[in-house]
Design a protein around this ligand. Structure first.
Ligand code: ARG
Length: 383
């Protein structure tokens, strides 16, 4: 059963349509089917020639074709496998697929995003999951979710330029406020933003996420009692929602997907970057370090304690989280397996190497096949 989140307000169009609404290129469809059959991912008894003929006929008639459930699952998993920036690809095959191509109503789309969060969160035993909504077709564009992730925190910019919350989403927060979103009575640093769903072009609509669909972890430190007093928290599930999924020439503009967090993403980036929560000076001072001199390495010492607090808190809350040392080793296992399967595995060094203690992880000490922007299936960068 799907819970329909509350529609917030009527809205104004703010986004331009992007899709060019052209026919699917049948060479791209053929290349995809060819790979799928070559990798042995087709269903028992299916023949490549038969399926290809079917797809070609469908494209000739309608300008596009519908993926079978098996094609959609294989395509989504390989799009993950091809994500050059992702260190967590060892588990690409375990991605769970929620096929929601027939859901087109904006409130129902928001409802499916909520259902995705619940099923992916499972009280903390996080499961890599993707929900695929309708593709772009020559007849109509597919829906779009404008949030970068299903769960993100508002950033409120004040006249003096300072920001309460996550500065990365200050502009998005402005946008949804113009569209009628009302922040909580008492604004805080961790107010969950509403979903902005554009199911038909020019009609973006806002939906609030029910609080019980958003698992969050309050942050404490195993040794420093004062840490809890900072009132920090983070959400359990990173679910990217604005990267179109392209499979065999077909684009699914709304296909939110999630894995689990590596502690350093939160402790050494989201809460630490100067352009984000910028907490290192605060933590270093509470640790009694001299932040007037770089020579005390206060940044480095605070970064470690903050990341440790994140890991400790997720562990205490029973929420799946990797650490950068373990995840780095797993990635090398993944590379080995890909090599054994005779595949190239492009990787982006600057994204793969963790943001702290890079040289202490094995992924630092080597180069990778360069990312190939032509590789498909793929998650595309948002426009
Ligand atoms: N780094 C992003 C964040 O902190 C999430 C990117 C995806 N990460 C993941 N573990 N699947 O929100």
């Amino acid at each position: 059963m799907t819970v329909t989140p509350e529609r917030v307000t009527p809205t104004l169009p703010i986004y331009q349509r992007v899709s060019e609404e052209q026919n699917v290129n049948s060479a791209e469809a053929e290349e995809f089917l060819d790979r799928m059959f070559a990798e042995g991912a087709a269903e028992e008894g299916d023949r490549f020639e038969t399926r290809l003929a079917e797809v070609r006929a469908e494209i000739a008639e309608t300008g596009t074709y519908r993926h079978t459930a098996a094609e959609l699952a294989y395509g989504a998993r390989v799009a993950w496998r091809n994500s050059a920036r992702c260190i967590g690809r060892l588990y690409w095959h375990s991605l769970r697929i929620r096929d929601r191509r027939r859901v087109t109503d904006p409130a129902a789309i928001a409802g499916e995003c909520v259902a995705h969060l619940r099923q992916a969160t499972r009280g903390g035993r996080i499961r890599p999951t993707i929900t695929v909504f309708a593709p772009d077709t020559p007849a109509a564009p597919g829906p779009r979710i404008h949030n970068e992730q299903l769960i993100r925190y508002a950033g409120y910019r004040f006249e003096d330029g300072s920001v309460l919350g996550d500065p990365r989403y200050a502009e998005f927060t402005e946008q949804v406020r113009r569209l009628g979103w009302r922040p909580p009575e008492r604004r805080g640093s961790f107010d969950v933003l509403p979903l902005l769903v554009e199911a038909s072009p020019g009609d973006p609509q806002l939906f609030t996420l029910p609080a019980d669909a958003v698992l969050e972890v309050p942050l404490t430190h195993p040794d420093h009692r004062w840490f809890a007093g900072l009132g920090l928290r983070w959400h359990a599930v990173p679910a990217i929602s604005n990267m179109p999924l392209e499979i065999g020439g077909v684009t699914y503009p709304a296909a939110p997907f999630n894995g689990w967090y590596v502690g350093s993403e939160i402790g050494a980036r989201n809460l630490a970057d100067e352009q984000r929560y910028d907490l290192l000076p605060v933590i270093a001072e509470l640790m009694g370090l001299d932040i007037a001199s770089e020579r005390t390495l206060w940044r480095d010492r605070a970064l470690v304690e903050l990341t440790l607090a994140v890991q400790h808190s997720f562990d205490a809350a029973g929420v799946t989280m990797a650490d950068h040392h373990t995840e780095s080793r797993r990635f090398l296992t993944h590379l080995d397996r890909e090599e054994q399967s005779g595949r190239r595995c492009p990787a982006d060094w600057s994204w793969i190497v963790p943001p702290l203690s890079g040289g202490q992880t094995p992924v630092f000490h080597r180069y990778y096949d360069p990312p190939d922007p032509e590789q498909r299936p793929a998650f595309l960068s948002p426009d």
